[in-house]
Write a protein that binds this ligand. Structure first.
Ligand SMILES: C[S@@+](CC[C@H](N)C(=O)[O-])C[C@H]1O[C@@H](n2cnc3c(N)ncnc32)[C@H](O)[C@@H]1O
Length: 394
Protein backbone atom coordinates (compact mmCIF):
# COMPACT_ATOMS: atom_id res chain seq x y z
CA UNK A 1 0.00 0.00 0.00
CA UNK A 2 1.48 3.40 -0.95
CA UNK A 3 2.80 5.27 2.09
CA UNK A 4 5.30 7.84 3.31
CA UNK A 5 6.91 8.25 6.72
CA UNK A 6 8.29 11.38 8.33
CA UNK A 7 9.71 12.40 11.73
CA UNK A 8 8.01 15.80 11.95
CA UNK A 9 4.71 17.14 10.71
CA UNK A 10 2.67 20.25 11.37
CA UNK A 11 -0.63 20.20 9.47
CA UNK A 12 -1.31 22.98 6.97
CA UNK A 13 -4.69 24.69 7.62
CA UNK A 14 -7.32 23.00 5.44
CA UNK A 15 -8.80 23.31 2.88
CA UNK A 16 -5.64 23.65 0.82
CA UNK A 17 -4.86 22.98 -2.84
CA UNK A 18 -1.62 21.64 -4.24
CA UNK A 19 -1.43 21.10 -8.00
CA UNK A 20 -4.53 19.12 -9.01
CA UNK A 21 -5.16 17.87 -5.46
CA UNK A 22 -7.40 19.52 -2.89
CA UNK A 23 -7.21 18.53 0.78
CA UNK A 24 -10.59 19.53 2.18
CA UNK A 25 -10.61 18.61 5.86
CA UNK A 26 -8.96 16.50 8.50
CA UNK A 27 -11.04 14.33 10.84
CA UNK A 28 -9.31 13.10 13.99
CA UNK A 29 -10.02 10.05 16.16
CA UNK A 30 -10.52 10.88 19.88
CA UNK A 31 -7.20 9.25 20.86
CA UNK A 32 -5.44 11.68 18.48
CA UNK A 33 -3.44 8.85 16.93
CA UNK A 34 -5.31 8.47 13.66
CA UNK A 35 -6.70 11.13 11.31
CA UNK A 36 -8.45 11.01 7.94
CA UNK A 37 -7.57 13.59 5.33
CA UNK A 38 -10.29 14.08 2.73
CA UNK A 39 -8.55 14.39 -0.63
CA UNK A 40 -9.99 15.30 -4.02
CA UNK A 41 -8.51 14.75 -7.46
CA UNK A 42 -10.78 15.89 -10.32
CA UNK A 43 -14.04 13.94 -9.88
CA UNK A 44 -12.53 11.35 -7.52
CA UNK A 45 -12.27 11.57 -3.72
CA UNK A 46 -10.53 9.41 -1.13
CA UNK A 47 -9.04 9.54 2.35
CA UNK A 48 -5.38 9.57 3.22
CA UNK A 49 -4.77 8.15 6.71
CA UNK A 50 -2.35 9.90 9.02
CA UNK A 51 -1.08 7.77 11.90
CA UNK A 52 0.89 9.26 14.77
CA UNK A 53 3.39 6.63 15.94
CA UNK A 54 5.85 6.67 18.84
CA UNK A 55 8.70 8.29 16.94
CA UNK A 56 7.24 9.37 13.61
CA UNK A 57 4.19 9.77 11.37
CA UNK A 58 2.89 7.32 8.77
CA UNK A 59 0.73 8.70 5.95
CA UNK A 60 -0.89 6.06 3.78
CA UNK A 61 -3.71 5.35 1.37
CA UNK A 62 -6.99 4.32 2.97
CA UNK A 63 -8.06 0.89 1.73
CA UNK A 64 -11.79 1.51 1.96
CA UNK A 65 -11.93 4.63 -0.18
CA UNK A 66 -8.91 3.91 -2.41
CA UNK A 67 -9.46 4.89 -6.03
CA UNK A 68 -8.07 3.27 -9.19
CA UNK A 69 -5.66 3.55 -10.89
CA UNK A 70 -3.33 3.56 -7.90
CA UNK A 71 -1.07 6.31 -9.26
CA UNK A 72 -3.85 8.83 -8.34
CA UNK A 73 -3.35 7.91 -4.68
CA UNK A 74 0.45 7.92 -5.00
CA UNK A 75 0.36 11.38 -6.55
CA UNK A 76 -2.01 12.47 -3.74
CA UNK A 77 0.63 11.41 -1.21
CA UNK A 78 3.27 13.31 -3.19
CA UNK A 79 1.07 16.43 -3.17
CA UNK A 80 0.56 16.05 0.60
CA UNK A 81 4.32 15.66 1.10
CA UNK A 82 5.13 18.72 -1.00
CA UNK A 83 2.34 20.88 0.48
CA UNK A 84 3.87 20.26 3.93
CA UNK A 85 7.50 20.34 2.76
CA UNK A 86 8.00 16.93 4.42
CA UNK A 87 11.34 15.21 4.64
CA UNK A 88 10.44 11.55 4.32
CA UNK A 89 12.31 8.74 6.06
CA UNK A 90 10.53 6.16 3.88
CA UNK A 91 8.50 6.41 0.68
CA UNK A 92 7.18 3.95 -1.95
CA UNK A 93 5.31 6.42 -4.14
CA UNK A 94 7.81 7.24 -6.85
CA UNK A 95 7.13 6.60 -10.54
CA UNK A 96 4.27 8.00 -12.57
CA UNK A 97 1.81 6.18 -14.77
CA UNK A 98 1.60 7.45 -18.35
CA UNK A 99 -1.54 9.33 -19.36
CA UNK A 100 -2.49 6.44 -21.62
CA UNK A 101 -2.90 4.32 -18.48
CA UNK A 102 -5.77 6.51 -17.20
CA UNK A 103 -7.70 6.37 -20.46
CA UNK A 104 -7.27 2.63 -20.71
CA UNK A 105 -8.62 2.00 -17.20
CA UNK A 106 -11.58 4.35 -17.59
CA UNK A 107 -12.70 2.62 -20.74
CA UNK A 108 -12.73 -0.94 -19.40
CA UNK A 109 -13.18 -0.34 -15.69
CA UNK A 110 -16.56 0.96 -14.56
CA UNK A 111 -17.76 1.60 -11.05
CA UNK A 112 -20.85 0.03 -9.53
CA UNK A 113 -23.01 3.17 -10.05
CA UNK A 114 -22.46 2.81 -13.82
CA UNK A 115 -23.90 -0.70 -13.70
CA UNK A 116 -26.84 0.40 -11.53
CA UNK A 117 -27.74 3.55 -13.45
CA UNK A 118 -26.39 3.48 -17.01
CA UNK A 119 -25.38 0.04 -18.22
CA UNK A 120 -27.39 -1.27 -21.17
CA UNK A 121 -26.57 -3.74 -23.89
CA UNK A 122 -28.29 -5.55 -26.74
CA UNK A 123 -25.72 -8.32 -26.46
CA UNK A 124 -26.05 -11.44 -24.35
CA UNK A 125 -24.10 -11.00 -21.09
CA UNK A 126 -21.58 -13.49 -19.69
CA UNK A 127 -20.01 -12.86 -16.29
CA UNK A 128 -16.72 -14.09 -14.88
CA UNK A 129 -16.28 -13.82 -11.11
CA UNK A 130 -12.76 -13.52 -9.69
CA UNK A 131 -10.98 -13.58 -13.06
CA UNK A 132 -7.49 -13.18 -11.56
CA UNK A 133 -4.90 -13.04 -14.34
CA UNK A 134 -7.81 -12.89 -16.83
CA UNK A 135 -6.72 -15.67 -19.21
CA UNK A 136 -10.21 -17.18 -19.37
CA UNK A 137 -11.99 -13.80 -19.54
CA UNK A 138 -9.80 -12.59 -22.42
CA UNK A 139 -10.13 -15.93 -24.21
CA UNK A 140 -13.95 -15.90 -24.06
CA UNK A 141 -14.12 -12.23 -25.14
CA UNK A 142 -11.96 -12.89 -28.22
CA UNK A 143 -13.77 -16.09 -29.15
CA UNK A 144 -17.26 -14.54 -28.72
CA UNK A 145 -17.17 -10.92 -29.95
CA UNK A 146 -21.01 -10.84 -29.92
CA UNK A 147 -21.11 -11.47 -26.19
CA UNK A 148 -20.74 -8.68 -23.60
CA UNK A 149 -18.31 -10.03 -21.01
CA UNK A 150 -18.42 -8.58 -17.49
CA UNK A 151 -15.44 -9.36 -15.28
CA UNK A 152 -15.76 -8.95 -11.50
CA UNK A 153 -12.67 -8.81 -9.30
CA UNK A 154 -11.75 -7.35 -5.94
CA UNK A 155 -7.99 -7.37 -6.58
CA UNK A 156 -7.03 -4.04 -8.20
CA UNK A 157 -3.68 -5.12 -9.76
CA UNK A 158 -5.44 -7.98 -11.63
CA UNK A 159 -7.94 -5.49 -13.06
CA UNK A 160 -5.19 -3.13 -14.17
CA UNK A 161 -3.31 -5.98 -15.86
CA UNK A 162 -6.39 -7.18 -17.74
CA UNK A 163 -7.28 -3.60 -18.78
CA UNK A 164 -3.79 -3.34 -20.26
CA UNK A 165 -4.27 -6.61 -22.17
CA UNK A 166 -7.68 -5.46 -23.48
CA UNK A 167 -6.02 -2.36 -24.91
CA UNK A 168 -3.05 -4.23 -26.40
CA UNK A 169 -5.29 -6.90 -27.97
CA UNK A 170 -7.94 -4.39 -29.14
CA UNK A 171 -10.75 -6.12 -27.21
CA UNK A 172 -14.04 -4.20 -27.20
CA UNK A 173 -16.45 -6.46 -25.34
CA UNK A 174 -15.09 -6.59 -21.79
CA UNK A 175 -16.24 -4.37 -18.94
CA UNK A 176 -14.81 -4.83 -15.47
CA UNK A 177 -15.94 -3.76 -12.03
CA UNK A 178 -13.89 -3.82 -8.84
CA UNK A 179 -16.63 -5.05 -6.62
CA UNK A 180 -17.74 -7.98 -4.49
CA UNK A 181 -19.53 -10.24 -6.98
CA UNK A 182 -21.95 -11.45 -4.33
CA UNK A 183 -23.50 -7.99 -4.17
CA UNK A 184 -22.98 -6.99 -7.79
CA UNK A 185 -25.36 -9.67 -9.09
CA UNK A 186 -28.28 -8.02 -7.29
CA UNK A 187 -28.21 -5.13 -9.77
CA UNK A 188 -28.54 -6.99 -13.03
CA UNK A 189 -31.97 -7.57 -14.55
CA UNK A 190 -33.63 -10.98 -14.32
CA UNK A 191 -33.13 -13.37 -17.29
CA UNK A 192 -30.33 -11.23 -18.82
CA UNK A 193 -27.26 -13.46 -18.52
CA UNK A 194 -26.17 -16.49 -20.57
CA UNK A 195 -23.26 -17.84 -18.53
CA UNK A 196 -21.66 -17.16 -15.13
CA UNK A 197 -18.14 -18.52 -14.59
CA UNK A 198 -16.61 -19.00 -11.13
CA UNK A 199 -13.21 -20.57 -11.71
CA UNK A 200 -11.07 -21.57 -8.74
CA UNK A 201 -12.73 -19.35 -6.11
CA UNK A 202 -10.79 -18.84 -2.88
CA UNK A 203 -11.91 -21.82 -0.68
CA UNK A 204 -11.88 -19.76 2.56
CA UNK A 205 -11.82 -22.94 4.66
CA UNK A 206 -11.42 -20.94 7.88
CA UNK A 207 -13.81 -18.09 6.94
CA UNK A 208 -16.64 -19.81 5.02
CA UNK A 209 -18.82 -16.65 5.18
CA UNK A 210 -16.44 -15.09 2.63
CA UNK A 211 -17.04 -17.78 0.00
CA UNK A 212 -18.53 -16.66 -3.31
CA UNK A 213 -20.82 -19.68 -3.59
CA UNK A 214 -23.66 -19.69 -1.05
CA UNK A 215 -27.36 -20.49 -1.11
CA UNK A 216 -28.31 -16.85 -1.72
CA UNK A 217 -25.62 -16.45 -4.42
CA UNK A 218 -26.93 -19.50 -6.32
CA UNK A 219 -30.51 -18.23 -6.07
CA UNK A 220 -29.47 -14.78 -7.31
CA UNK A 221 -27.53 -16.40 -10.19
CA UNK A 222 -30.60 -18.41 -11.21
CA UNK A 223 -32.68 -15.20 -11.18
CA UNK A 224 -30.43 -13.43 -13.62
CA UNK A 225 -29.68 -16.42 -15.87
CA UNK A 226 -31.80 -16.82 -18.98
CA UNK A 227 -33.73 -20.06 -19.35
CA UNK A 228 -31.02 -22.54 -20.38
CA UNK A 229 -28.24 -20.29 -19.01
CA UNK A 230 -25.51 -21.84 -16.85
CA UNK A 231 -23.59 -21.21 -13.62
CA UNK A 232 -20.18 -22.89 -14.05
CA UNK A 233 -17.98 -23.57 -11.03
CA UNK A 234 -14.48 -25.07 -11.41
CA UNK A 235 -12.52 -25.95 -8.27
CA UNK A 236 -9.48 -27.92 -7.16
CA UNK A 237 -10.46 -27.90 -3.48
CA UNK A 238 -12.02 -31.13 -2.13
CA UNK A 239 -13.61 -29.12 0.70
CA UNK A 240 -15.12 -26.57 -1.65
CA UNK A 241 -16.33 -29.37 -3.91
CA UNK A 242 -18.24 -30.99 -1.00
CA UNK A 243 -19.52 -27.61 0.18
CA UNK A 244 -20.74 -26.67 -3.32
CA UNK A 245 -22.37 -30.08 -3.80
CA UNK A 246 -24.33 -29.60 -0.58
CA UNK A 247 -25.26 -26.02 -1.52
CA UNK A 248 -26.45 -26.93 -5.03
CA UNK A 249 -28.36 -30.05 -4.03
CA UNK A 250 -30.27 -28.09 -1.36
CA UNK A 251 -32.14 -26.39 -4.25
CA UNK A 252 -35.71 -27.47 -4.85
CA UNK A 253 -35.29 -28.28 -8.54
CA UNK A 254 -31.97 -29.02 -10.09
CA UNK A 255 -30.28 -29.62 -13.45
CA UNK A 256 -26.67 -30.19 -12.39
CA UNK A 257 -23.78 -31.74 -14.31
CA UNK A 258 -20.70 -32.79 -12.41
CA UNK A 259 -17.40 -33.54 -14.17
CA UNK A 260 -14.00 -34.55 -12.88
CA UNK A 261 -10.62 -33.78 -14.45
CA UNK A 262 -12.01 -32.46 -17.74
CA UNK A 263 -9.81 -30.19 -19.86
CA UNK A 264 -11.33 -26.84 -20.86
CA UNK A 265 -10.17 -24.57 -23.70
CA UNK A 266 -7.96 -22.39 -21.58
CA UNK A 267 -6.00 -23.20 -18.46
CA UNK A 268 -5.38 -20.48 -15.86
CA UNK A 269 -2.21 -19.91 -13.86
CA UNK A 270 -3.84 -21.58 -10.85
CA UNK A 271 -5.02 -24.52 -12.91
CA UNK A 272 -1.52 -25.07 -14.33
CA UNK A 273 -0.19 -25.24 -10.77
CA UNK A 274 -2.84 -27.74 -9.58
CA UNK A 275 -2.25 -29.93 -12.61
CA UNK A 276 1.48 -30.03 -11.89
CA UNK A 277 0.56 -31.15 -8.35
CA UNK A 278 -1.79 -33.80 -9.87
CA UNK A 279 -4.78 -32.48 -7.96
CA UNK A 280 -8.32 -33.38 -9.00
CA UNK A 281 -10.32 -30.65 -10.68
CA UNK A 282 -14.13 -30.59 -10.37
CA UNK A 283 -16.65 -28.81 -12.61
CA UNK A 284 -20.24 -28.08 -11.63
CA UNK A 285 -22.54 -26.89 -14.40
CA UNK A 286 -25.92 -25.77 -13.10
CA UNK A 287 -28.52 -24.99 -15.79
CA UNK A 288 -31.36 -22.59 -15.10
CA UNK A 289 -34.70 -24.10 -16.10
CA UNK A 290 -37.07 -21.23 -15.32
CA UNK A 291 -37.96 -17.69 -16.34
CA UNK A 292 -37.68 -15.40 -13.31
CA UNK A 293 -39.88 -12.47 -12.26
CA UNK A 294 -38.39 -8.96 -12.67
CA UNK A 295 -36.75 -7.79 -9.44
CA UNK A 296 -38.50 -4.84 -7.74
CA UNK A 297 -36.20 -1.84 -7.23
CA UNK A 298 -35.33 -0.71 -3.65
CA UNK A 299 -35.39 3.02 -2.85
CA UNK A 300 -32.05 4.89 -2.75
CA UNK A 301 -30.47 4.86 0.70
CA UNK A 302 -29.86 8.53 1.46
CA UNK A 303 -30.20 10.98 4.36
CA UNK A 304 -32.54 13.90 4.03
CA UNK A 305 -32.09 16.12 7.11
CA UNK A 306 -29.04 17.61 8.86
CA UNK A 307 -28.04 16.87 12.47
CA UNK A 308 -24.80 18.34 13.89
CA UNK A 309 -22.20 15.62 14.43
CA UNK A 310 -21.66 16.64 18.08
CA UNK A 311 -25.28 15.72 18.85
CA UNK A 312 -25.17 12.19 17.49
CA UNK A 313 -21.66 10.94 18.03
CA UNK A 314 -22.14 9.95 21.69
CA UNK A 315 -25.05 7.67 20.79
CA UNK A 316 -23.30 6.11 17.80
CA UNK A 317 -19.72 5.50 18.90
CA UNK A 318 -18.84 1.79 18.95
CA UNK A 319 -22.47 0.76 19.00
CA UNK A 320 -23.50 -2.64 17.61
CA UNK A 321 -27.07 -3.43 16.57
CA UNK A 322 -28.06 -6.92 15.50
CA UNK A 323 -31.19 -7.76 13.50
CA UNK A 324 -32.21 -11.18 12.24
CA UNK A 325 -30.52 -10.91 8.84
CA UNK A 326 -28.73 -7.54 9.15
CA UNK A 327 -26.56 -5.56 11.54
CA UNK A 328 -25.04 -2.10 12.03
CA UNK A 329 -21.68 -1.55 13.70
CA UNK A 330 -20.46 2.00 14.33
CA UNK A 331 -16.75 1.34 14.58
CA UNK A 332 -15.04 4.67 15.07
CA UNK A 333 -15.88 8.39 15.21
CA UNK A 334 -13.53 11.09 13.88
CA UNK A 335 -14.06 14.80 14.64
CA UNK A 336 -13.62 17.58 12.12
CA UNK A 337 -15.01 20.17 14.61
CA UNK A 338 -18.05 20.48 16.94
CA UNK A 339 -20.55 20.32 14.10
CA UNK A 340 -18.82 18.05 11.61
CA UNK A 341 -17.26 14.62 11.62
CA UNK A 342 -16.86 11.16 10.10
CA UNK A 343 -17.96 7.73 11.29
CA UNK A 344 -16.47 4.46 10.10
CA UNK A 345 -19.14 1.77 10.08
CA UNK A 346 -20.10 -1.62 8.70
CA UNK A 347 -23.63 -2.82 8.07
CA UNK A 348 -25.97 -4.90 5.92
CA UNK A 349 -26.15 -8.69 5.60
CA UNK A 350 -23.91 -10.70 7.92
CA UNK A 351 -22.24 -12.69 5.12
CA UNK A 352 -21.63 -9.80 2.72
CA UNK A 353 -21.68 -6.57 4.64
CA UNK A 354 -20.74 -3.08 3.50
CA UNK A 355 -17.83 -1.13 5.00
CA UNK A 356 -18.24 2.63 4.68
CA UNK A 357 -17.73 6.06 6.10
CA UNK A 358 -20.57 8.40 6.98
CA UNK A 359 -19.53 12.02 6.48
CA UNK A 360 -21.28 14.89 8.31
CA UNK A 361 -20.13 17.96 6.37
CA UNK A 362 -21.56 20.98 4.49
CA UNK A 363 -24.94 20.43 6.25
CA UNK A 364 -25.25 17.04 4.59
CA UNK A 365 -24.94 13.47 5.81
CA UNK A 366 -23.58 11.12 3.15
CA UNK A 367 -22.14 7.65 2.77
CA UNK A 368 -18.59 7.60 1.44
CA UNK A 369 -16.94 6.53 -0.87
CA UNK A 370 -20.28 5.90 -2.60
CA UNK A 371 -23.93 5.66 -1.75
CA UNK A 372 -24.99 2.54 0.07
CA UNK A 373 -26.34 -0.05 -2.36
CA UNK A 374 -30.11 -0.49 -2.36
CA UNK A 375 -30.47 -4.13 -1.38
CA UNK A 376 -32.89 -5.49 1.23
CA UNK A 377 -30.55 -5.96 4.23
CA UNK A 378 -28.77 -2.64 3.58
CA UNK A 379 -32.19 -1.00 3.55
CA UNK A 380 -32.98 -2.40 7.01
CA UNK A 381 -29.59 -1.27 8.35
CA UNK A 382 -30.06 2.16 6.79
CA UNK A 383 -33.41 2.50 8.55
CA UNK A 384 -31.72 1.79 11.93
CA UNK A 385 -28.88 4.25 11.14
CA UNK A 386 -31.46 6.95 10.35
CA UNK A 387 -33.36 6.26 13.59
CA UNK A 388 -30.16 6.67 15.58
CA UNK A 389 -29.03 9.80 13.77
CA UNK A 390 -32.39 11.55 13.93
CA UNK A 391 -32.96 10.43 17.51
CA UNK A 392 -35.99 8.16 17.09
CA UNK A 393 -34.27 5.11 18.53
CA UNK A 394 -35.07 3.96 22.08
C1 LIG B 1 -7.83 -18.24 -6.59
S1 LIG B 1 -8.11 -16.85 -7.58
C2 LIG B 1 -8.58 -17.56 -9.14
C3 LIG B 1 -8.36 -16.63 -10.29
C4 LIG B 1 -8.80 -17.14 -11.67
N1 LIG B 1 -10.22 -17.41 -11.74
C5 LIG B 1 -8.04 -18.36 -12.09
O1 LIG B 1 -8.65 -19.38 -12.33
O2 LIG B 1 -6.81 -18.25 -12.16
C6 LIG B 1 -9.64 -16.21 -6.95
C7 LIG B 1 -9.91 -14.78 -7.38
O3 LIG B 1 -11.20 -14.40 -6.93
C8 LIG B 1 -11.16 -13.04 -6.50
N2 LIG B 1 -12.30 -12.86 -5.55
C9 LIG B 1 -12.41 -13.38 -4.30
N3 LIG B 1 -13.60 -13.06 -3.75
C10 LIG B 1 -14.26 -12.31 -4.69
C11 LIG B 1 -15.54 -11.67 -4.70
N4 LIG B 1 -16.37 -11.76 -3.65
N5 LIG B 1 -15.91 -10.99 -5.82
C12 LIG B 1 -15.06 -10.90 -6.89
N6 LIG B 1 -13.84 -11.49 -6.92
C13 LIG B 1 -13.44 -12.19 -5.84
C14 LIG B 1 -9.79 -12.91 -5.86
O4 LIG B 1 -9.34 -11.56 -5.82
C15 LIG B 1 -8.93 -13.77 -6.79
O5 LIG B 1 -8.36 -13.02 -7.84
Amino acid sequence: MPNIQTKTLSLHPLPATFGEYRFEFVAEAPNGRESLIFTRYKDKAFFLILIKRKNDYLIKADKLSRVAPIYIVKDGLKAFRDLHGLETTFSNIEGKAPLEHIQKSDRYLKDISYFIEEFQTDKEIWIEIGFGSGRHLLHQAKKHPDIQMIGLEIHAPSIEQVAKQCKIQGIENILMCKFDARIFLEFLPSNSVGRIFVHFPVPWDKKPHRRVISKSFVQESLRLLKKGGTLELRTDSENYYLYALETFTALNRLDLHLRKNQEIEVSSKYEDRWKRQEKNIYDFILTNEEISEPKPKCDRLVFEGWVPFGEVKARLDRRLIRGEDYFVHFEQCYDIDEERGVIKLSFGAYERCEHKYLIFNNNKIQYFPYESLPIAQNSKSHQKIKELIYGKYD
